[in-house]
Each structure stands twice: as structure tokens, then as C-alpha cells.
Design a protein around this ligand. Structure first.
Ligand code: GLA
Length: 700
């Protein structure tokens, strides 16, 4: 049978007529109405010719390609058992079940190798495709699984590949190249995705941008090791692939045992990267269990580091309350013996020297100021210099001789006793204290032990903590953005995209992290003028405009802010609170600029009645008069009033006079979405590292 799945302008056609593994004949834009006869003709006509010096039957790229099918690219499954090598694996189709709307369960079997495979495939309402393979050993001896990947065909016109890399404080750097013949494969071996995670792998038509071009993307929803790739074979096929990166011997399946790979998320758009976000963001938002808005946070880390006492923190709480902060998050430094980052991880008891009456007096102060309370933890880690490590050296993952990382080792969560200890400690803290929010950190690569088992155990621990404390919010952090993936995101409410609060770095990190992750999940904090991670000094207005477009917070010692700064921060929080409902539910848009130094991004409300944009100068412009601001994503026929929104001190400019439309003496400006999107308005001449924010409101 031929299956035709359609949703929100995306579609796939799956030829499951057998006897071999089904073939995705089409994954891309909706093909309109096709009756079963059309689908049959489409599938039959997609059969390629038999080439010279090749297999004597047509070679098609199936959903689980193997050498037996004539596929000489990276196979979809790897493994062996005694007497059956990887190249012997060959599957036949047993059945395809429609288990829900746009949901298929495809069963394959290799009787000779005694393995069966189940492919779960779903196309969401938003047009997000997700697939997961499960392999079962149906024989008696063990089957050694090496790899079980999802492979999806992409058309020949997808000639460019974009993915990401980065490092601590500089996450999500884009890298782009031609996808020539061969394999562009990215592997994460950090025991977490890592700061250099490929994150989202996109192939597309040459020159694709935020608003234009056809693009196909994959992401592996997994917080452990993985590999994601694009491949163009000499045969002519191009594909995207993804799967968990397994260590040799890590998955040895006894008879009757199964392994399920992570979900691979795949998205198509004919409207560039913004088109991918337009599918991904609403799909991710549909998982959220939050009842209210995301609260404005004050995090203590860059404000006080390990310097915790009631007096210092009390002054910070009072200052936070004055400007309208809603949540106070006590970062690292509160637990027994934690005076610096070289000790005490694992000893999750409130430090009796710093807090003789526990955290109660602090939390009372927080509540008294009208804020709720959040706490930092790093449950997967242990300092060798800790009571826990001394009492249970066998609970540590990896070799005791291996070097530490930030003075720490990893707790082996797959050890049931270690798991039980951590669950008890976390739930005990949550029972004793009214904690609304945990910042859950992870500050080193694993580099030892089974990453698979550790990742499965981490998910189980998070799930157990959430089950024990319904309503608890969790922020996921891994030295900033070292673990941002849709596996963890399905369990948390916020991620910390980077340890840098430098707005110039943040603009890029948020821009690209935000292609996959909706803005309200992306913590963005107002830091000190002198950024702690780069030593760069930034204007308050630039810092505020940057932190506005995310889950906003503060990570600055407000007790040293001037009264003028405090009032700017207060006004910013007021604007944020007024606008956050649409900032946190709207459509994320970016203009494709000809000058890379000048960016324009924004959020358009779902009903397109309002939109907020930021013009950002990340460097010096190429021209004295930059290209007009073209506001993407508006309803073309509606008329919008355009105003500048004061977010902190006005952006510094080099203009003798502003563009006429921004002149305060000018009449208010109202134009259609079509004009504002296609013609645009002359840009003010803001200087590098400045931002100007605009609000557009439909007048009908
Ligand atoms: C990591 C986090 C920071 C902070 C420190 C505390 O580096 O990314 O935000 O919480 O740990 O040690």
C-alpha cells in the first residue's frame, strides 16, 4: 500500500507495497489531492533504471537501507550475531499499521538474523515528522547492536548543508558548505550534546536563508552521544541521517530484548529557516505543562558567585523586588562545604555554616518580597572532595585514575543505589522547602562509562522528580548550552543557552538556538555592563533589548546599579510583562539582510495583530545608508501603526537627523503589512553593538 501523510503544507508518500523495506518516495511540500491510483502511479514511476556495473534490480533508498539492498552509503542498521554479519542483514516488510492520524507502525523482519524492527513514524499537525526505530532480538543468542539510525531521502536540489558548532560561551556558531559526494557526519562524544553540538542539521536549495529556500532538517532528540549527517552517494541519492552513537558492546541484546533509538525529528519547509521554526515551535509548545507565564528571574551566579549570606542576598532580593522580578534563583554555593567549584558536589544538604537555620530565613525573605524561590543543583556530578565520594567511591562513573573536569567526576546514575540517593536528596529538599524551580546543571563531559545507560537513568531521575513534585519547573543547563536537545526539552521548562551574558555573543546564540527552540524556553539575562565571560562592555539598552526576546531575567548585582539604571530596568520589566504573552506564543521571524552586520528579528503574534522587532547592529555597517528595515511576517493586507519602543536608554546613533518617519514631530506612521514587508522603512543609523526595538500594531 502507498501511504500519503499530509499536514500543514508538508507531506510524505511512503511506498509500503513490499516485499522489501518501505521507501519514502516523497518528503517535502504537500502534493495536493492524490487518489490511490495516483499514488500507485507515483510509486511505480519512481522506480529508477538499472545502471551499468550495478545490482541487476533498481536500487532505491529505503527507510532502513542496507548493503543487501545495494546501498553502499552509511547503512540504517549495524550489528551482528554469531554466524550473521552486518552485511547479511536483509529485511522484509511484515505489515504497516495505522495507529492514529498520520501515525504508522512499520514492522520488518530478518528471519535469518532473527531480528525484527519496528519503525514508528508520525507526522504532527504542524508538519513535524518524527521517527524511531526499535530492534528486537527474536533469536536465542545475543545480538550485538552497533547502530540503529533513521535515514531520510532528500532531493538532489538540496545542495547546501548548514549545521552548528561552538564552544563554552560561544555556542551555536553556524557553519555552511556544499554537500558534495560523501558524508558530512557530526558526532557527539561528550556524554551530552556538547557546546559544539551539530544541534540542527539543515540541507537546502542553494542560498537558502531565514525566509527563502527549500530546507530539510533533522535533529536527534537525545541528550547523550549521537551522530547526525548528510550524505550524497555516488549512486545519486542524498539523505539526512541521525541516531544514537553507541559504543562497541554497549548494546548487547539477549533473546527477546529490544533497543529503541531516540526520536529523530525531521522538518521540511519551503520558506527557509523561519519556516522550520514555524512548524517546530508550535509543536514544542504543545508539550508545555506550565500554567502561568514564565516568571522574570533573578539568578545569583554572576551577582555573588559563592559569596552567600543572608545580608548580601537580602539586599539583592530587595533590589530585585523593586524592579519587578518574580523569581529568585539561588545558584551554586548553598550546599554543605561548597566554598568554590572544587568541592562538595554530591553533598546535597544545606550548608550549616552559611545557613545555620537552613534556607528558611532566606526563602521567607524571598517570599516576603513577593517572589518565588528557585534552587541550583547538579545531580549527576560528584566532587572527589566530598563526603559522598569518600563514602561511596564505587558510585563514581569511569576510571578513578582519569583526570577530573572542573574538579569533578560523574555520579553513576545507572547504579540503583546512587540513583536512589539522588532521588531521595532532591525530593527531600523539595519537601522541606517551597522550591518552585530547579536549575539543573551538568558541568562536564562524561568521558567514561556507558553514556547510553547514564542518559536513560538521567531521564528516569528527572521524570521521577517531576512526578514527585507536580508543578515544579526545571531549567536545564550544562555549562550554558552544552545540553540543549528535544530529549531534555520534553522534561524541562527552560534552558540556559550559554554562560555568556554578553549581548553581542547572545544575539548570535539566541538567533540560532531559536531556530529549533521557542524563545520562551531560552533564558536570557541582563548581565553587568562589563561581561564576565568576554570582558566586553555593552550599553544597557543593548543588554536589555537582547534579553527581552526570551525568558527574561537578571544576573547582575543590582545593589551596585545606579538609580537611573534601576528605573530603566524596572521599565524594561514592565514592557516585558505587558508583551510576554505574545512574545512567548508568537511566530519568530528574521529578515534576510544583505549586510551581515545589520540584523532584524522579531516575534509576530499568532493572530498577526501585533509584532515586536529588534534592529540589531552586530558590527559596523557596509554602507553609510543601510538597506531599509523590512518587517517580515505581517499580514500583507492589514495596516499597522509603527512605533519605536523604549527599552532602556535610546540606541546610540551617528545620524544628524533621524529618518523622517522616526522624527518625533512626524505624524504617526501607518502602512500595510505588504509595504512594510516588501518596501520597508529607512533604518536609523545605530552604531555597532546597539539595538532599536519597534512595535507594530494592526489598526484594523
Ligand atoms: C555552570 C552554569 C552557571 C553556574 C555555574 C555554577 O557553569 O552554567 O550558570 O550555574 O555552573 O557553578
Amino acid at each position: 500500500m502507498i501511504h500519503y501523510l499530509r499536514a500543514a503544507g508538508a507531506a510524505l508518500v511512503l511506498d509500503a507495497s513490499g516485499p522489501g523495506v518501505p521507501v519514502l518516495v516523497h518528503w517535502g511540500s504537500d502534493l495536493g489531492l492524490l487518489d490511490p491510483a495516483d499514488l500507485g502511479t507515483l510509486a511505480a514511476s519512481s522506480m529508477p533504471p538499472v545502471g551499468p556495473s550495478s545490482l541487476d534490480v533498481p536500487v532505491r533508498l529505503s527507510l532502513l537501507p542496507t548493503a543487501a539492498e545495494g546501498w553502499s552509503g552509511r547503512p540504517g542498521v549495524g550489528g551482528f550475531r554469531t554466524g550473521v554479519g552486518q552485511n547479511d542483514l536483509s529485511f522484509e516488510l511484515m505489515c504497516v499499521r495505522e495507529s492514529g492520524e498520520n501515525t504508522l507502525a512499520i514492522e520488518l523482519v530478518d528471519r535469518n538474523a532473527a531480528v525484527s524492527i519496528l519503525i514508528d513514524l508520525e507526522l504532527s499537525r504542524e508538519g513535524v515528522l518524527r521517527l524511531r526505530n526499535t530492534l528486537t532480538n527474536t533469536g536465542t543468542g545475543s545480538f550485538e547492536l552497533a547502530a540503529l539510525d533513521v535515514i531520510l531521502p532528500v532531493p538532489d536540489r538540496a545542495r547546501e548543508i548548514l549545521d552548528f558548532t561552538g564552544l563554552w560561551s560561544h555556542e551555536r556558531r553556524p557553519q555552511r558548505s556544499l554537500l558534495g559526494q560523501g558524508l558530512w557526519s557530526r558526532e557527539s562524544r561528550h556524554g551530552r550534546p556538547g557546546h559544539d553540538d551539530s544541534f540542527l542539521t539543515v540541507v537546502g536549495t542553494p542560498g537558502f536563508g531565514f525566509r527563502q529556500g527549500e530546507v530539510w532538517a533533522v535533529h536527534e532528540a537525545w541528550s547523550g552521544d549521537k551522530r547526525v549527517w548528510g550524505e550524497r552517494s555516488a549512486l545519486g541519492y542524498a539523505a539526512l541521517g541521525a541516531g544514537e552513537l553507541l559504543d562497541p558492546g554497549e548494546i548487547s541484546l539477549a533473546g527477546g530484548e529490544s533497543y529503541s533509538g531516540p526520536w529523530t525529528i525531521a522538518v521540511y519547509s519551503d520558506a527557509g529557516l523561519d519556516g522550520l521554526s514555524a512548524r517546530l515551535h508550535p509543536w514544542i509548545r504543545s508539550w508545555s505543562t506550565l500554567s502561568g507565564p514564565r516568571k522574570v528571574v533573578l539568578n545569583t551566579w554572576e551577582a555573588v558567585y559563592f559569596d552567600h549570606d543572608l545580608d548580601t542576598l537580602g539586599r539583592l532580593i530587595d533590589a530585585a523586588a523593586t524592579v519587578g522580578v518574580e523569581r529568585f534563583v539561588l545558584d551554586d554555593g548553598w550546599f554543605s562545604g561548597r566554598t568554590d567549584d572544587q568541592r562538595a558536589l554530591g553533598d546535597w544538604f544545606v550548608d550549616a555554616a552559611k545557613w545555620p537555620s537552613g534556607l528558611h530565613p532566606l526563602i521567607e525573605r524571598v517570599h516576603g518580597a513577593g517572589l518565588d524561590f528557585g534552587l541550583w543543583v547538579e545531580p549527576e556530578m560528584v566532587s572527589p572532595e566530598s563526603d559522598l565520594a569518600r563514602a561511596h567511591p564505587d558510585w563514581l562513573l569511569g576510571s578513578a585514575a582519569a583526570p577530573t573536569w572542573r574538579g569533578q567526576r560523574v555520579l553513576d546514575l545507572a547504579n540503583p543505589d546512587a540513583f536512589a540517593y539522588m532521588l531521595e536528596r532532591l525530593t527531600a529538599l523539595l519537601r522541606e522547602y517551597p522550591i518552585a524551580y530547579l536549575k539543573w546543571d551538568h558541568n562536564r563531559d562524561l568521558l567514561g562509562g556507558s553514556v547510553h545507560r547514564q542518559t536513560v537513568a538521567l531521564y528516569a531521575l528527572m521524570d521521577a522528580v517531576r512526578a514527585a513534585q507536580p508543578g515544579l519547573e526545571i531549567e536545564s543547563c550544562a555549562s550554558g548550552g552544552g545540553r540543549i536537545d528535544l530529549g531534555i526539552l520534553s522534561r524541562v521548562d527552560r534552558v540556559w543557552p550559554s554562560d555568556t551574558n554578553d549581548p553581542l555573543e547572545r544575539q548570535q546564540i539566541q538567533r540560532y538556538t531559536g531556530v529549533l527552540i521557542p524563545p520562551e524556553y531560552l533564558g536570557g539575562h541582563l548581565g553587568a555592563a562589563l561581561a564576565h565571560t568576554t570582558g566586553r562592555t555593552s550599553a544597557l539598552g543593548f543588554r536589555l533589548a537582547t534579553a527581552l526576546f526570551g525568558s527574561a531575567g537578571i544576573e547582575w548585582d543590582l545593589t551596585v546599579a545606579t538609580s537611573a539604571e534601576m528605573s530603566q530596568v524596572r521599565d524594561w520589566i514592565t514592557v516585558y510583562k505587558q508583551r510576554r504573552a505574545s512574545l512567548h506564543s508568537g511566530v519568530v521571524v528574521h529578515a534576510d539582510a544583505s549586510d551581515p552586520a545589520l540584523e532584524l528579528h522579531g516575534v509576530v503574534a499568532q493572530d498577526r495583530s501585533t509584532a515586536i522587532y529588534a534592529q540589531v547592529a552586530v558590527g559596523a555597517p557596509r554602507a553609510a545608508l543601510p538597506a531599509p528595515l523590512r518587517f517580515p511576517g505581517l499580514a500583507p493586507e492589514r495596516r499597522y501603526r509603527v512605533r519605536q519602543l523604549a527599552v532602556g536608554p535610546a540606541a546610540q546613533t551617528v545620524q544628524t537627523s533621524p529618518p523622517a518617519w522616526l522624527d518625533s514631530a512626524a505624524r504617526e506612521l501607518i502602512l500595510t503589512g505588504a509595504v512594510l514587508g516588501r518596501v520597508g522603512l529607512p533604518a536609523p543609523l545605530i552604531t555597532p553593538e546597539q539595538a532599536a526595538v519597534f512595535i507594530l500594531e494592526a489598526v484594523f
